[in-house]
Design a protein around this ligand. Structure first.
Ligand code: ATP
Ligand code: MG
Length: 271
């Protein structure tokens, strides 16, 4: 049987507060519910982070792992939903400045998880700082969350532009969030895609839209995924659909995917 590679998905948006963590957390849970083994890597250090959204807390984070105080197993927490969560750390900014030994340790530790994992989802910080772009470049696929407002559209486009022009990346998918209907979401995608095709000479792909749903917000306040909090809601339906689309994306070959590749790229990224 062919070796299975973990698909590594980075979730960015440029603009803050448009729904990266919401999409990361709910997609992770929906994929886990569908029978996959999912790990969520919190590369965002803001307050409303993935740990809080999933109602769990870890005493340790990546900084304890990078310093050698703790093993990867020590810092990973398994959420109620079965998702494995790797808590981030401000030390992530220094990923590019690791010693060779540290880097090798990280690559080795993550690679040992490869066989057990189907998806690694990386929740990015807002903005297009070099560390965010290094993370996005290391992923096998990139999902860009966008809302139908001018500043979110401009920032999503700015993110895509850097990914394509500076990092020569493809496998970029748009996730219109908080839209009024799937149709409006698809139209938003089409508008952005036209600009990408015209000015960047490279189209982007459409993954699926998430409706604006008050229950998504309420679920977050209760530290739950929307599938747990309101399984019959539009939000839960949309995330189940997003997970189904994600799991049917063709698996990327070794060169572009895999956990080892992700971590190797990350620790070798220029500062
Ligand atoms: N589809 C949606 N419908 C209703 N509310 C939503 C939706 N998506 C996100 N929200 C709400 O919008 C707020 C911001 O979402 P979230 O924290 O996921 O954004 P973010 O991009 O991760 O922000 P940051 O840049 O700070 O990390 C949250 O209160 C969340 O519940
Ligand atoms: Mg966030």
């Amino acid at each position: 049987m062919d070796k299975k590679y973990c698909q590594v998905i980075g979730i960015a948006s440029g603009k803050g507060g448009v729904g990266k963590t919401t999409v990361s957390v709910n997609l992770a849970v929906a994929l886990q519910d569908a029978g996959h083994q999912v790990m969520l890597f919190d590369a965002d250090l803001s307050l409303a982070n993935a740990q809080i959204a999933l109602g769990c807390r870890s005493p340790y984070n990546m900084s304890h792992f990078m310093s050698g105080e703790k093993s990867l197993e020590d810092i990973v927490v398994t959420t109620r939903q079965g998702v494995k969560l790797v808590p981030g750390a401000s030390g992530l900014q220094d990923m590019a400045a690791l010693s060779e030994l540290q880097a090798a340790r990280i690559v080795q530790a993550f690679s040992s998880l490869e066989a057990d994992l189907d998806f690694l989802i990386v929740d990015m910080a807002a903005g297009i700082a070099p560390v965010v772009m290094a993370f996005m470049a290391a992923c096998s696929r990139r999902f860009v969350v966008v809302r139908d407002d001018p500043s979110s559209i401009a920032d999503a486009y700015g993110t895509i532009k850097v990914l394509i022009q500076d990092h020569h990346l493809d496998e970029i998918y748009l996730v219109p969030n908080a839209v009024n209907s799937e149709r409006e979401g698809f139209e938003l995608y089409q508008r952005i895609n036209q600009v990408c095709a015209r000015f960047l000479n490279q189209p982007v792909k459409y993954l699926g839209s998430i409706e604006n749903d008050e229950l998504i917000l309420q679920a977050l306040k209760k530290y739950k995924s929307v599938m747990e909090f309101a399984p019959g809601s539009a939000g839960a339906r949309d995330f189940r659909r997003l997970a189904a689309t994600t799991e049917h994306l063709p698996p990327l070959a070794q060169a572009a995917g895999g956990l080892q590749f992700f971590v190797e790229r990350l620790v070798q990224a220029p500062a």
